[in-house]
Write a protein that binds this ligand. Structure first.
Ligand SMILES: Nc1nc2c(ncn2[C@@H]2O[C@H](COP(=O)(O)OP(=O)(O)O)[C@@H](O)[C@H]2O)c(=O)[nH]1
Ligand SMILES: Nc1ncnc2c1ncn2[C@@H]1O[C@H](COP(=O)(O)OP(=O)(O)O)[C@@H](O)[C@H]1O
Length: 195
């Protein structure tokens, strides 16, 4: 018996910055009608980033207060900024039997896997170091941000073997196609089998 409650999944897009997680996740999320869980962060928005869409941008004091209230499922410090996922955001989706997706570094991906086990599908995206660097520069990221991201490149790449699936991303259309096919098997879109 496959009920709705068994089919909702937590899809985690992980891999080095600049590997294309956000681009692919948005396309795949739309295909499957999945919402993104937006993280809370203490860093300032970059040009073009929208509060509530890219992140919930909050002050350090607000972050610490939310943390004190036990609101975060996981909380990590990356390059001096605090990042957290609110438990309620995930629990609400799961209790509505909806699938959801997140874009996380390896720490976040590991914590979610530990908590939610088989519900979590980790999709690892990657490209070579020079390519991600070029993409980030083309995107207009500041040189210090690019340097910080690159300093995490090797550490993030090491996580590949722990993930359920890995995809090299050089052709965005092809990667999106491959990931959509992979997720069809888990999400069983339009399939209702109650026997
Ligand atoms: N563990 C964890 N990682 C996160 C969270 N939110 C974002 N990240 C990841 O942490 C890194 C943050 O770096 P940042 O410079 O802000 O990159 P960007 O937001 O991807 O442009 C990225 O790899 C994010 O995907 C979170 O709530 N928890
Ligand atoms: N296959 C690809 N080919 C060329 N550019 C890409 C590809 N995938 C993503 N990009 C571009 O690279 C940049 C970083 O992608 P993004 O999705 O923001 O990565 P991440 O979320 O992993 O940091 C964006 O400007 C995006 O449009």
């Amino acid at each position: 018996m496959v009920g709705r409650e068994d089919r909702n999944k937590i899809i985690v897009f992980t891999g080095p910055d600049g590997s294309g997680r956000k681009s692919v996740a948005e396309a795949v999320g739309q295909t499957f009608g999945m919402d993104k869980i937006v993280s809370f962060v203490t860093r300032l928005p970059r040009p073009g980033e929208v509060n509530g869409q890219d992140y919930h941008f909050i002050t350090h004091a607000t972050y610490r207060e939310m943390e004190r209230q036990g609101e975060f499922l996981e909380s990590v410090e990356i390059d001096g900024h605090l990042y957290g996922i609110r438990s309620l955001d995930i629990e609400t989706k799961l209790s509505d039997h909806e699938s959801l997706y997140l874009i996380l570094n390896h720490e976040g991906a590991g914590i979610l896997k530990k908590i939610y086990g088989d519900k979590v599908i980790r999709l690892f995206l990657y490209a070579d170091r020079r390519t991600v660097e070029e993409r980030e520069r083309k995107l207009g990221l500041a040189e210090d941000v690019i340097a910080k991201h690159l300093s995490h490149y090797d550490g993030e790449m090491e996580y590949r073997g722990s993930c359920e699936h890995a995809f090299e991303n050089y052709d965005l259309g092809q990667t999106t196609y491959e990931i959509t096919n992979t997720l069809e098997a888990y999400l069983q879109r339009d399939l209702v089998d109650k026997d």
